[in-house]
Design a protein around this ligand. Structure first.
Ligand SMILES: Nc1ncnc2c1ncn2[C@@H]1O[C@H](COP(=O)(O)OP(=O)(O)OP(=O)(O)O)[C@@H](O)[C@H]1O
Ligand SMILES: [Mg+2]
Length: 357
């Protein structure tokens, strides 16, 4: 089996992947998800290209590394625990790789999520919105939110939870993203993203993620994307909204969620709620009632409304996003080896983020 920077790699696959190959690997006895990027490729020991071309390619690679390091650093710092953190990022010969914690993914389709009890779906949507709110707090738009990039998994106590992955289309809303750098899935593209493809000049913000979540949550609560007139030639909700067509939000969906989805799918990004507002709207009813009316009836001294741990799903009281037990585990958790020299592979390059991997 191949050895790379201390990882023993399994077999690479492109299952569920767009522009990468991936595998699971082990390092220091722990399993990791490892992603191999197909582009850009470093001109390693290249004997064909001219020196100018090699320098140009090296610059492209340097720019790409600088961009990824900023993004991964923000993900690692702003993750609420459900945005899967990036563990290491390196190049070996021509190719770039990242490693992340391996998530034991349940092979769930949209239909499987739709078949869950409504209460459970509300809790899971709250968790997704909360994870996205963390990224937005760091100024980062995920930009490729879709069912395939949400992993459903069981936490250590058996509770169902969700993990947001795939930050390789992400961009900072403070930056001006070039149209050719926009990537993602057209089913979830917001009208302003479609507009950019039509050369309509507009600044893209984190609100593109809210539109994508509007489409995704519509799927989770009705089994399908929002309705629009397909006779017009439009192929996606965002494209229809850009063309001024109305979207039909399914009447199978409970009325409070329908109202929320209508706002999330608004043509005007500014009128869409923030991810934190979406999280609050999805918080389970009994929690809101407790928070609003009767904290004094709860038999604990701490009268703050209870929260759900974003890792194990248990209710707890206190600050942050993790219950005391998960917070302690996370603090003690395996720290990155961060000793690239120990694992240095000839022909490779190991990168670090400002906060360190
Ligand atoms: N941390 C992880 N643990 C387990 N499986 C993962 C993890 N991250 C990704 N996967 C699996 O690998 C697949 C591909 O990963 P990812 O979404 O990051 O790549 P991609 O879609 O090709 O990325 P890109 O959008 O950059 O082309 C996922 O859909 C998922 O099935
Ligand atoms: Mg993906």
């Amino acid at each position: 089996m191949e050895q790379l920077f201390g990882y023993t790699l399994g077999e690479m696959t492109n299952r569920n992947a767009g522009t990468c190959l991936w595998c699971f690997g082990t390092k220091n006895g722990k399993e990791y998800f490892i992603k191999q990027f197909l582009n850009p490729k470093y001109p390693y020991q290249d004997k064909v290209l001219s020196p100018e071309r090699i320098e140009k390619k090296k610059k492209q690679c340097r720019d790409n590394v600088a961009r990824k390091i900023r993004v991964y650093d923000a993900v690692n710092r702003f993750s609420d625990g459900n945005d899967v953190r990036i563990y290491e990022f390196f190049r070996y010969e021509q190719k770039y790789y990242l490693s992340m914690e391996k998530i034991e993914e349940l092979p769930w389709s949209i239909q499987d999520v739709y078949d869950l009890p409504e209460k459970e779906r509300r809790r899971l949507c709250a968790l997704i919105a909360h994870a996205v709110a963390g990224l937005h707090q760091g100024g980062l738009a995920h930009s490729d939110l879709k069912h395939e990039n949400i992993l459903f998994t069981k936490s250590s106590n058996g509770t169902l939870t969700v993990k947001v992955i795939d930050f390789d289309s992400a961009f900072f809303e403070a930056d001006e993203i070039k149209s050719e750098d926009i990537s993602g899935d057209w089913v979830y593209f917001s009208p302003e993203v479609w507009g950019r493809f039509d050369d309509i000049d507009c600044h893209l913000t984190c609100k593109i993620d809210i539109f994508a979540l509007g489409v995704l949550f519509h799927q989770y609560f009705s089994g399908d994307v929002p309705g629009f007139d397909h006779e017009t030639g439009c192929t996606a909700a965002g494209q229809a909204v850009l063309a001024g067509l109305p979207l039909t939000v399914s009447d199978k969906i409970p009325s409070d969620i329908r109202e929320l989805l209508i706002r999330m799918l608004d043509a005007d990004p500014e009128k869409r709620p923030t991810a934190m507002e979406v999280f609050t709207a999805f918080q389970p009813e009994e929690l809101r009632t407790l928070a609003e009316k009767k904290p004094d009836t709860v038999a604990v001294e701490d009268d703050r409304p209870p929260r759900y741990c974003t890792n194990c799903g248990r209710q707890y009281r206190g600050e942050g996003f993790l219950c005391a037990e998960c917070a302690e585990k996370e603090a003690k958790g395996p720290k990155p080896v961060n000793d690239p020299k120990k694992y240095f592979t000839k022909g490779g390059d190991f990168f670090s983020t400002p906060s360190g991997f």
